[in-house]
Design a protein around this ligand. Sequence first.
Ligand code: TXA
Ligand code: MG
Length: 334
Amino acid sequence: MATGPTSPSRRGDDVARAAATIRAGGVVAFPTETVYGLGADAAVGHAVARVFDIKGRPRAHPLIVHLAAGAELDGWARDIPDAARRLAAAAWPGPLTIVLARGPRVADAAVGGADTVALRVPAHVVAQALLAMLGGKVGIAAPSANRFGAVSPTTADHVAADLGDDVDYLLDGGACEVGVESTIVDLSRGRPVLLRPGGMPREAIEAIVGALDAPDAAAPAAPGTLASHYAPRAEVWAVEPDDVADRARELAATGARVAVLAPRALLATRHMLPAVVTLALPDDDAGMARELYAALRDLDGRGVDVIVAALPPAAGLGEAVGDRLRRAGGSRPR
Ligand code: TXA
Ligand code: MG
């Protein structure tokens, strides 16, 4: 997995160098407010192909194209419904991705041959500076900057641990503020569909475009629908807060090295948990989202076998946190 430390010459805060690398067809890891992305020029097929290779991602899994501003929408998408324009105006820059009918600028490779494209304007100042330096017309196709199936990186150290020197340049912009990936809404097929809960709460989106449908059979296959997505090495059990202690006890009784991941307030009421490690998350939904992935990586680093994680209420960013914890649990009962 880890390919070793990133050499100092390939890591830094030099936005101009990152822009030059992308302009030359290279691959740059860069910070966004959600997670770090692994980016290349979205109009250049061979550059995008390297992103898939580095990440180890199947070519048919389309990437999100990151734009400098909502004003660029028309070159990258077509048949843009009014709801998409309203949502873009309200949410961008920010942690929301909109799926639309694909426009002429995007390379085939970036969308895995699909007729739609996922678009987002990131809010992180460093991502904004990078896109601005590229002149505003360039889109950056970028998945999260981790190996396929692993937990997304929320710091440059996470990226370096996963990808090492495989990236041409790692642009370090500190820890990501949102901490979970963007919310993905499909507006390419009429009624808005929530493909992936994420950094923009459902409630805020529904206030603009009305109720979000769940994906049906005709929805594009994608959004981390693989059970193995977002998974640390340790087995994850995502359970209701009231069940954390019992589940930890049962698992410890089997001889497993158990970790408990739960909000601070919950841990304060549960003394003597039969866990080798307990890790506290903030009690608020935004804090939980911000610290979730670093916590999962931290627990993996301690070599635990099982992580028993408390599910948050599904409101606000809690929906995304719960979604990621359940996916990390893969096929286990929950
Ligand atoms: O916050 C984020 O969204 C981060 C940062 C870097 O922007 N990116 C990210 O990318 O999470 P990735 O590739 O790890 O996840 C993007 C998801 C994938 O599940 C992909 O299948 C889905 O978006 N996707 C991309 N294009 C799509 C399309 N045209 N239709 C449906 N789903 C699409
Ligand atoms: Mg990802």
